[in-house]
Design a protein around this ligand. Structure first.
Ligand code: GTP
Ligand code: MG
Length: 327
């Protein structure tokens, strides 16, 4: 299929915007990302248009405790990749958290170096109130950034909630960042986050206790029932000096090679898409219903009626869906 026919299925404005971002126009890319993030009316078309250009980038998720040095590691990896002429996109999901504060500012200062580099693009995203909304919008933003031709995507999230774990799950390679001083806390980290690790990083290894954290991880691994044939390695880093970044890159490459075998990457992406497709359908259905008057206010009213016995939810839901079903 040639490029023109694929892009041609979108309206002229979107086609032009996507063509521009594909040619490396950073402003077009920033605009497309904003439209997608804001769920503007053209968002769907932009995504539909961009999707054809995705699938070949390596997506690396970096997650872990707040302030663990994730952004510094992302920066270090990005620099290495750029040094090899590999283009890089970063989606930094900022928790706008009470934990570290100023993280966005930190990211901006560090990333200023990359500003003039057309092979690098960073987007910081703030957490939204809507449940699951952040995972979806970061996945969508990643689609647009990848369509601009970035070969590697780094997705940073704080592994504090299910939402963030869902985001990390969108990656092909998930790096979980731990730090010394967590001690027995490794076990108390959200179980989910430990399970999604393909690679563990013990960052801030310049501090005491890196051994201890590594031991904790190993102990946990030996208890885990099923590993498959990949046992997540533990890489020690000092992100601020760059120590261990090369080893981290090697671990990422090794995992990527492992994924390429036996169609593991395809299987992994299929699992991700299964979850995303369900989420997309659910989201679109709800959006459709909201467009037909199911506002928050209406929802509150109906809920009240359900509680007071004036409405039967088992009759109501089919009624709500009825107009959406074409027979
Ligand atoms: N000593 C030491 N400090 C580090 C290291 N890596 C990062 N830091 C510092 O730790 C602080 C937090 O680093 P960030 O990279 O912003 O951490 P983060 O995980 O992205 O933080 P949030 O996004 O707010 O969760 C900064 O002051 C870094 O300079 C390290 O290896 N050793
Ligand atoms: Mg950060």
């Amino acid at each position: 299929m040639n490029t023109e026919t694929r892009v041609g299925s979108c309206n002229p404005e979107v086609t032009e915007l996507v063509a521009r971002l594909r040619q490396g126009d950073v402003r077009a890319l920033a605009r497309a990302v904003s439209l997608v993030e804001d769920e503007a009316p053209s968002a769907w078309q932009i995504l539909s248009c961009c999707f054809s250009y995705t699938g070949s980038a390596m997506r690396i998720g970096i997650t872990g405790s707040p302030g663990g040095g994730k952004s510094t590691l992302v920066d270090g990896l990005a620099r290495r990749f750029r040094g090899q002429q590999t283009t890089v996109g970063v989606v930094a999901v900022d928790p706008t958290s009470p934990y570290t504060g100023g993280a966005i500012l930190g990211d901006r200062i560090r990333m200023r170096d990359h500003e003039a580099d057309p092979g690098f693009y960073l987007r910081s995203m703030a957490t939204r109130g809507s449940l699951g909304g952040l995972a979806r919008s970061s996945a969508d933003v990643a689609v647009v950034i990848e369509a601009s031709g970035k070969q590697r995507l780094l997705i940073e999230t704080v592994g504090v909630g299910q939402d963030e774990i869902d985001i990390a799950r969108l990656a092909d390679v998930t790096v979980v960042v731990l730090v010394p001083g967590m001690g027995d806390d490794v076990q108390s980290l959200k179980a989910g986050i430990m399970e999604i690790a393909d690679i563990f990083v013990v960052n801030k290894s310049d501090r005491d206790g890196a051994d201890h954290v590594e031991k904790e991880v190993r102990a946990m691994q030996s208890l885990a029932a099923e590993h498959g044939s990949w046992i997540p390695p533990v890489v020690r880093t000092i992100a601020t000096t760059g120590a261990g970044i090369e080893e981290l890159e090697q671990a990422v490459d090794q995992f990527w090679s492992w994924l390429a075998q036996e169609e593991r990457l395809i299987a992994r992406r299929e699992t991700h898409w299964r979850a995303r497709l369900i989420d997309m359908v659910r989201h679109e259905l709800l959006r459709e219903l909201r467009g037909r008057g199911l506002s928050d206010q209406a929802l509150a009213k109906i809920s009240h009626q359900v509680v007071t016995g004036q409405q039967n939810p088992y009759q109501l839901v089919p009624q709500l869906l009825e107009p959406l079903i074409r027979r």
